[in-house]
Design a protein around this ligand. Structure first.
Ligand SMILES: [Zn+2]
Length: 403
């Protein structure tokens, strides 16, 4: 199973300079070939990785590109691979047309595909013979094969991500004893069918308002001035802090959920269906939610749990979870509603998560003719599984009844 781990590294001044050189060279190669490929394409010539690699070798022989030779040649080739992947994704309609890489991007990085080694104190990659100081918070599995590393820098902080094969196979899905439904929306990150609310607001909001203040101040600073540069750095550092805090929280809650439940049904989030939010908060929220889905997916997989994504067309908000009646469309502001058929009042999001759980459990039962990949689903024991068990949460709040 391929696994990744990220360490903080502490390069010396000279190493920092060499790392920055790599960022620059990788960016030059990427941008050069993005432009080159476009021009060749206009003339009807299709470039592949191998033809571009040949051109790169010629380029490095030219005097005005000789500085490329100071960097690990394999890292430059990785930039070409990245470009090819970017185009593949574009043609498969998975991504937008590739953009030029910018010097101004707050996160710079380069990849190292080979000859990476690690001991307790240092990480060794080509061109950095004496090794870069590293803080090991978690050791790699013994005898694992390192496949790739990526060195990055955000706000003057350096990291290395190590990708390795850990010789473990993906476990078979476990028997389903405990199931949960999760509803995702813009106000809360998640609400579970067991009445736990996970919200990212508390954790991030203070920092976010501080960020806005800094950004306002930045706009008043003169362009090109030293004060503006300083303000830029401050913002980048805070951005990094916010990202780290968010990732930490996402890891905690996805661990909590995947440890506790064998079957997780997640109503997927559609940012466009939520009106009345400004674009920025929408894009930030949807970014966090995509990350959450990714984490849940891989954590469920390595722990042998079953995750099922329920598409946004399932009317989770409309169905009464008590009597099953369709109660009609709801406005976003309607947080509670009463079912016109059975008169039971519901919290809109909790009601949705209960519906999602039930719908998903129904899908793994043959009575519903919905196509799913059954090889990734454990055996269900009973319909009412997990209903009466006590739910514990360290990282979420419990929704009081009547809320
Ligand atoms: Zn009802």
């Amino acid at each position: 199973m391929l696994t990744a781990i990220k360490y903080r590294i502490y390069p010396t001044k000279a190493q920092q300079e060499l790392i920055r050189k790599h960022f620059g060279c990788v960016r030059v190669v990427y941008n050069y070939f993005l432009d080159y490929r476009q021009k060749q394409y206009a003339q009807g010539i299709k470039e592949t990785y191998f033809t571009m690699q040949k051109t790169l070798t010629k380029l490095k022989a030219q005097a005005n590109y000789a500085y490329l030779n100071e960097c690990n040649s394999q890292s430059l080739q990785m930039a070409l691979r990245q470009l090819v992947t970017a185009f593949d994704n574009f043609f498969a309609r998975r991504a937008k047309y590739p953009n030029f890489k910018s010097k101004r991007n707050p996160r710079q990085s380069f990849a190292v595909p080979q000859n990476i080694s690690l001991d307790n104190k240092k990480v060794y990659v080509p061109k950095f013979k004496e090794g870069i100081k590293v803080k090991i918070h978690k050791t790699l599995d013994k005898d694992c094969a390192i496949k790739q590393a990526v060195i990055s820098c955000v706000a003057d902080t350096y990291y290395i991500s190590v990708f390795y094969e850990n010789n473990k196979s993906i476990p078979k899905p476990l028997e389903i004893k405990k199931a949960v439904g999760l509803d995702m929306n813009l106000e809360n990150l998640l609400i579970t069918s067991d009445r736990i609310i996970y919200s990212d607001k508390k954790k991030i909001q203070d920092k976010q308002s501080k960020l806005k203040k800094l950004q306002r101040r930045l706009s008043k600073k003169k362009k090109g001035s030293n004060n503006r540069k300083k303000a830029f750095k401050k913002i980048a550092r805070l951005h990094n802090k916010i990202n780290l805090a968010r990732d930490d929280y996402l890891h905690k809650i996805t661990n909590e959920i995947t440890n506790q439940y064998d079957f997780i049904a997640l109503g997927t989030f559609d940012a466009k269906s939520f009106v009345g939010n400004n674009r920025l908060s929408e894009s930030v929220a949807s970014f966090n939610r995509h990350k959450l889905i990714r984490m849940l997916t891989y954590k469920a997989e390595i722990k042998g749990k079953t995750l099922m994504l329920i598409d946004k067309f399932f009317p989770a908000y409309q169905i009464c979870s008590y009597c099953g009646a369709d109660t009609g469309k709801k406005s976003l502001h309607m947080k509670r509603f009463a079912c016109p058929h059975c008169n039971k009042t519901h919290n809109r999001d909790l009601n949705a998560s209960i519906n999602i759980r039930r719908y998903a459990l129904g899908m793994i039962d043959d009575r519903h003719r919905v196509k799913i990949d059954k090889s990734r689903v454990g055996i269900t024991r009973s319909y009412a599984c997990g209903d009466s068990s006590v739910v514990m949460s360290r990282y979420g709040d419990i929704l009081e009844s009547g809320c």
